[in-house]
Design a protein around this ligand. Structure first.
Ligand SMILES: N[C@@H](CCC(=O)N[C@@H](CS)C(=O)NCC(=O)O)C(=O)O
Length: 227
């Protein structure tokens, strides 16, 4: 088993498919992320892990045949779940803040308390305004079209901001960009059509998609979501 630390150049992080024997939390020296291969929330955590360039394992969880053990490590029975020795964490934004504090370079949350608090507030707003509608689209519920409309309208409002700045918090890539990226990547896949007025937002999305950490974090299934 590799020890925790920065990876050798060109040595890709390990990704392996989950088997019962892999549920050995508390014994591995590396961080283990239990991740859904198409899950936008797991996608967020994979992006942070790959941006940080440390050793970790991503354990692919088949959500259509979910192992019972997930309910043991997460009372809400969902992925992502991060296991770092005897620490078990769930909720993507909480996991990401932990990874960011544990491996501060490059730092993804703002360094000063006021901007950091503002960032957390914006993460909350993003969950409320955008990601709370994803479930309806993913599960193709009756409300899916309404949910698509909500997401599109919020993104239309956001678009002009990127005429003035490169990323959500200003000139630097941050945790907010990580948090929204899986949704932007899935717009076609979710059948959310964006009007031409959102060109600045689409340019912003491409800026994120071209980052090496983002590319490395994509699962084979996610790669196929965009043509
Ligand atoms: N708020 C959670 C949402 C996690 C979530 O909804 N995960 C989905 C997959 S994307 C899940 O595990 N659903 C349970 C299931 O499919 O059985 C987070 O940010 O981590």
């Amino acid at each position: 088993m590799q020890t925790m630390g920065h990876r050798e150049m060109n040595a890709p992080p390990v990704r392996k498919v989950v088997r019962d024997a892999d549920y050995s939390w508390g014994t591995s020296a590396m961080m283990n992320l239990y991740s859904g291969t198409t899950c936008p929330f797991s996608h967020r955590c994979r992006i942070v892990l790959y941006e940080k360039q440390m050793d970790f394992q991503v354990i692919d969880v088949d959500l259509f045949n979910k192992p019972e053990d997930i309910a043991i490590i997460n009372p809400y029975n969902r992925v992502p779940v991060l296991v770092d020795r005897d620490l078990v964490l769930y909720e993507s934004n909480i996991i990401n803040e932990y990874i960011d504090e544990r491996f501060p370079h490059p730092q993804l949350m703002p360094p000063d308390p006021q901007t950091r608090a503002k960032a957390r507030q914006l993460l909350f707003t993003m969950e409320h305004e955008l990601f709370s509608h994803i479930d309806a689209v993913e599960k193709n519920l009756k409300s899916a079209d309404k949910a698509r409309g909500h997401i599109r309208d919020r993104l239309v409002e956001l678009a002009p901001m990127f005429n003035k700045q490169k990323f959500l918090l200003g000139e630097d890539f941050s945790m907010l960009d990580v948090a929204i990226a899986p949704l932007l990547w899935r717009l076609d896949h979710y059948g959310i059509e964006m009007p031409k007025t959102t060109a600045p937002l689409m340019k912003y999305a491409e800026r994120i998609f071209s980052r090496q950490g983002f590319i490395d974090a994509l699962t084979p299934t996610e790669k196929m979501m965009r043509r």
